[in-house]
Design a protein around this ligand. Structure first.
Ligand SMILES: *Cc1c(COP(=O)(O)O)cnc(C)c1O
Length: 258
């Protein structure tokens, strides 16, 4: 795959625009190879550890969906992108672990939470949304790889959680999210994405209240978006291919972003 452009001779906006275009080419090629319409795959740019200026550059490059992993970062950038959010030019999704006591901070900016992994979290989101008379898009996060470092419910428990979440007021269950296996074995990574698709299909087919909207598959990142699109991804979450490699954490007490 082509390296992200990182030459300092290009300014941030130029670099980001060039890299976003390269990612879109990858998405288009992968969709066509899978016999799918490229428009059926939405690009979410993961902006963790990036500045608000970088988020603005992403939006200027035509991206209409960004994802944040940490509440603190989302809250810090919120005022600097509030105009873009209010104008409907960009949506913000929470894609990292969310604690129940922080839902209010997230809901002030985010239109969606992709990391719903418990009914308790969903209930907290629901209570707040119902009180504010608004609707939040939520995706159930599923751990398809079984790697203990990854959040999400096990695939066997996902339909049950999805049905419970879909029945809550103030929430619209729009699909499922996963982080692919951290493995060079493409067949293994792909099997995990296929598993998420099977979960999605079973839930949509169930006819349970609220499950008919659960069509999104948020899966695939810089290293594996082609495999995810081949298995039906409707949202790919890309960071490194847009911004270049993230700086290494200062020491090993800081949790890895993935
Ligand atoms: C960082 C992150 C991404 C993007 O990963 P890259 O490999 O940098 O493209 C996607 N999803 C989640 C949940 C992330 O934390």
């Amino acid at each position: 795959m082509p390296d992200a452009v990182s030459s300092s001779s290009l300014d941030l906006a130029g670099r980001v625009a060039q890299n976003v275009a390269a990612v879109r080419s990858r998405i288009d090629a992968a969709a066509r190879a899978a016999g799918r319409e490229p428009s059926g795959v939405r690009l979410l740019v993961a902006t963790k550890s990036q500045s608000a200026e970088a988020v603005r550059a992403v939006v200027a490059a035509g991206v209409d969906l960004v994802g944040e992993n940490r509440v603190q970062e989302l809250v810090a950038k919120a005022p600097e992108i509030a105009d873009l959010v209010a104008a409907g030019r960009v949506e913000v999704h929470m894609i990292g672990h969310l604690q129940r006591n922080k839902v209010n901070q997230v809901l002030a900016t985010a239109s969606g939470v992709e990391s719903v992994d418990s009914l308790a979290l969903a209930a907290a989101l629901s209570a707040r949304c119902a009180r504010d008379d608004r609707t939040l898009d939520v995706l159930v996060q599923v751990n398809v790889s079984g790697e203990t470092s990854k959040a999400g419910v096990v695939p066997d428990d996902a339909p049950r959680l999805a049905h419970d979440v879909a029945a809550l007021p103030g929430l619209r269950l729009t699909g499922f999210m996963t982080i692919g296996a951290n493995s060079p074995d493409e067949a293994l990574v792909r099997a995990g994405f296929a598993r998420l698709r099977e979960v999605r299909d079973a839930v949509v087919r169930s006819g349970a209240p609220g499950s008919e909207t659960a069509r999104d598959l948020s899966m695939g990142m810089t290293g594996d978006l082609e495999l995810a699109i081949a298995e039906g991804a409707t949202i790919v979450r890309v960071g490194t291919a847009v911004f270049g490699p993230r700086p290494a954490p200062p020491d090993n007490t800081v949790p890895s972003p993935r």
